[in-house]
Every structure is written in structure tokens, then in C-alpha cells.
Ligand binder design. Structure first.
Ligand code: PLP
Length: 379
């Protein structure tokens, strides 16, 4: 067997040669403008859509925490009244009877999906679903059929032999994280009803952004998914996630979702910030309108350059194709003071590398114009 370091160095070299090496960059702060290695950069690569993560209001809320950790799992001594209260508030927010808090969206999906279905059951999964949904599907050991992205006919074909399976779960992002387009939720919901399937919707990029009071794309479209996942580290600017649905869903998950049962409780220190964040998000209609305006302005500016721009809201991906081209475009943007990061496989399918730009409500129109100019000069 090779020496560990030699082996890994060799594998890293191969990744580098394929334009797939990833590296961390140390930023000084969060927000619409960040500093990296002494350079001020317009930050068009975060999920902090409403600019809450670094806001004075959330920083102040941190000081109200009665404890830092909740040093046991929720089922042992880690369950505080504040956990129960925020779960009730989040459930009411998305118009579901109950919700269960997880430490991250990743943990929510790898915990909840295997808790709901298993061998003998069927999962229908959109081809562009987030990695945490894919991993949850794999862990479940149900039969997984991937349908063509957003294609209702492809999904319907996967339901042809529905009677062979006891339970069927349709799993989808609400807004796709790397393409920025919405799932056809109305059609998915109708198919689920018609074929006796459950609909599982992950609102990671739509909670706080879409719908009345930011309650999500399902709310906006009047769709009632059986299971709704919301994450709290993106537009909410804090951390964590919740799974919402009927009361027995919460009871079942707290018994069987392994990422909940066998993991230390959501940190007590963040609970007051989460409560404050929910209040701020509910009241953020003006910020949501500004976000929409910034996104529309950015997309229009980039399309005027003749670029293939995907999505239709706050995620503005510019399709580039080859990994190396995405890397060089990202570097050129950086030289012009813009942080617009390349997204490469396995996050997106091979040959579809892109620069994924995400405006924030707290960017100014001038800053959006600056990004368009930087892209034009970098081509
Ligand atoms: C970001 C994301 C997650 C993961 O959530 P974290 O809280 O960051 O772990 C899950 N699902 C989707 C669709 C996401 O975009």
C-alpha cells in the first residue's frame, strides 16, 4: 500500500490536472462586500440572500442566549424549551402542523429520507437534486429512479409499475441550487396525489426568498407537500434546518432519523438568533422585492452580453461548459473586484461548469452594474 500522504498528493494532482481541485479561501467577514487576502470583493457567491447573516439584529440576538451548547442529543438532555418554541413557530410559518429541527440541511435530508422509505419502496428523484437528497435516497436502500430534470413525463414513466411498491416518495429541490430554476411543483403534487405517492420538497433556496412572508415556493404556488424541508443557514443567515409535516411525521423522525437521534442538539446559543431571524424574514417583503430587482437587473445585463444565463430568480448561473474556462472566468472577475465563483462537477454535471452569481438584497444597483461590467471585460 502507498504511503498515505504520497497517495493523496498523487490523487490531488490528478484532480488539479482535470480542473477539479477545490481550495478554501479565508474571508474576513460576511456580507455584500467581503475582504479576501487584503482585496475588497463584491460578494456575489453567498446564499445570504437577505443580508441577515452579519446583521446587527442577529448579532444582538446572540447575546440573549442562556447557554452556548445543549450538550446532549435532543432525546437525552439536549432538548430545551427554546427548541420546542422555534419548532412550533417554523411549523406555523410554513403552514404545517409540526416541525423538527436538525443541525443542518444535509443532516435533515440524510436523516429524514431513510426514515420514510426503505427496501421495497420507490423513490423518484430529480436528476439535479442536491447532494444531500441524493445521499438520503442512497442511504434509504429504496429503489431510486432518477427522472429527467423538471420533466413531468419522465417522472410519470417512473410510476408505471407503482403497484409493485408499498410506498413511493417523490423528492425534489423547490428551487434548484445550481440552476436556479423552480421545480414544476403544481404538476408534481398532482402526480403524487394521482399515484398515491408522497411529495418531499426541499426549500433550501426558496425559504425566505419566495412566497408571502418568504414562506417558500410551495406557499407561493398553493402546493401542499407531504414533507417540507427548510434550511436556516441561507436566507435565514443562521444555521440548521427543519422538516415540517403532520404531527406523526415529527414523532416518527425523532424516533428514527439517525442524524437527529445520534447527534448533539442544535446549539442553544443560536436559538434566540433563529427566533429573531424568523421575525426579520417574515417582515422582509421590501428586501425580497429588492433582491428580485437586483436579480432581474443582473440577469438582463448578462443576457444583453449574449451570455447563456440560467434560472429565473435569485440564482443567476452563467453557463460556461469546461472546468478550466469557468476557473479562468472566476479569476478574471476576481481581478476586477468581484467574487463570482466557478461551480464544477460533481456539484454540476460534467461539461456544464458555470459561474454562479447570487445577488443579495443589500447590494446596490451600482454594484450589480459593476458585476455586469466585470463579466463583459472578462470574456
Ligand atoms: C444547501 C442545501 C442543503 C444543505 O443545507 P445545509 O444547511 O447547508 O447543510 C440541502 N438541500 C439543498 C437543496 C441545498 O441547497
Amino acid at each position: 500500500m502507498p504511503d498515505l500522504s504520497d497517495d493523496l498528493r498523487e490523487r490531488l494532482t490528478r484532480r488539479h490536472a482535470a480542473g477539479l481541485l477545490r481550495q478554501l479561501r479565508e474571508l474576513e467577514d460576511v456580507g455584500p462586500v467581503v475582504v479576501h487576502a487584503g482585496q475588497r470583493l463584491l460578494n456575489f457567491s453567498s446564499n445570504d440572500y437577505l443580508g441577515l447573516a452579519g446583521s446587527p439584529a442577529l448579532r444582538e440576538a446572540l447575546a440573549q442566549a442562556g447557554a452556548v451548547g445543549a450538550p446532549a442529543s435532543r432525546l437525552i438532555t439536549g432538548h430545551l424549551r427554546a427548541h420546542a418554541e422555534i419548532e412550533r413557530a417554523l411549523a406555523a410559518y410554513v403552514e404545517k402542523p409540526a416541525a423538527l429541527l436538525f443541525t443542518a440541511g444535509y443532516a435533515a435530508n440524510v436523516g429524514a429520507i431513510p426514515a420514510l422509505v426503505g427496501p421495497g419502496d420507490l423513490i423518484l428523484s430529480d436528476a439535479l437534486n442536491h447532494a444531500s437528497l441524493i445521499d438520503g435516497c442512497r442511504l434509504s436502500r429504496a429503489e431510486v429512479r432518477t427522472y429527467v430534470h423538471g420533466d413531468v413525463e419522465s417522472l410519470r414513466a417512473g410510476l408505471d409499475d407503482r403497484e409493485r411498491f408499498e410506498r413511493v416518495l417523490i423528492v425534489t429541490d423547490a428551487v434548484f441550487s445550481m440552476d436556479g430554476d423552480p421545480a414544476p411543483l403544481v404538476a408534481l403534487s398532482a402526480l403524487a396525489r394521482a399515484h398515491d405517492a408522497w411529495l418531499y420538497v426541499d426549500e433550501a433556496h426558496s425559504l425566505g426568498v419566495r412566497g408571502g412572508q418568504g414562506a417558500g415556493l410551495c406557499q407561493e404556488l398553493g402546493v401542499q407537500p407531504d414533507v417540507l424541508v427548510g434550511t436556516l443557514g441561507k436566507a435565514f443567515g443562521v444555521a440548521g434546518a427543519f422538516v415540517a409535516g403532520p404531527v406523526p411525521l415529527r414523532d416518527w423522525l425523532l424516533n428514527t432519523a439517525r442524524s437527529f437521534v445520534f447527534s448533539t442538539a442544535y446549539p442553544a446559543a443560536l436559538l434566540p438568533a433563529l427566533t429573531r431571524s424568523l421575525e426579520l424574514v417574515v417582515g422582509a417583503d421590501a428586501a425580497r422585492a429588492q433582491l428580485r430587482a437586483n436579480a432581474d437587473h443582473l440577469r438582463a445585463g448578462l443576457r444583453a452580453l449574449g451570455l447563456p444565463v440560467l434560472g429565473d430568480h435569485a440564482i443567476v448561473p452563467v453557463l460556461v461548459g469546461e472546468n478550466e474556462r469557468a476557473l479562468s472566468l472566476g479569476a478574471a472577475l476576481r481581478e476586477r473586484g468581484v467574487l463570482g465563483l466557478p461551480i464544477r462537477p460533481p456539484t454540476v454535471p460534467p461539461g456544464t461548469a458555470r459561474i454562479r452569481l447570487t445577488p443579495m438584497a443589500t447590494h446596490t444597483v451600482e454594484q450589480v452594474d459593476q458585476v455586469v461590467r466585470a463579466v463583459a471585460e472578462s470574456l
